[in-house]
Design a protein. Sequence first.
Length: 202
Amino acid sequence: MSKGLFAFFISGAITALVAVVILGGDWSGLFSSSDETRTPSSFSPAEVEKIIADWPIAMQASDQALIEYRNIGGSPRGEAVVRKGVQANTFSRQNWEAGRAEYLISYLLMLRNSILKYSDQHRALGYFMEHYEQNKSVSAELKTWQIDQIDVLLKQINDSPDISEYPPGDVELMVEYFERFHEMLVGYGRQPSLAARTQASR
């Protein structure tokens, strides 16, 4: 996960906004099939359930490890190694096959972005950012930082593959879990930021 995207998820104010915008949509009928038989997909409902439960645990473990690593003067270059290693070990303890959880969270994020790409929610977020730039009620520094975080998400949505490039079964299953997956991401983002917890631990 890129630093910009991670920063977006740990911004309480902006994640709350995105939660309102994205969860305001009606996803229940999107890409739904009238056939009750599930279309074959490259991941299973059980895997989505498990990643929703396990990903925040892996992120918390790696965040704590980074706090400890920074307290002993660790280098920025070493942080990526620490995060990757702790996440891999955490997922292994949670009985994931090596590399599967990391791949799945990245794939589901990309698929989530592709579903949003042509949605009313995506357009609403872009419209909000255009008008927020004119907001004079917040400091220029804070506004610039928040706009940067929204811009990261908008860019990732805009750069995501077209929904037609995915297996239909993957799209159908992601739509089914869309709200729960997004709530998991936003829920983690509402926790105290890594920077704040680093300061508190000193």
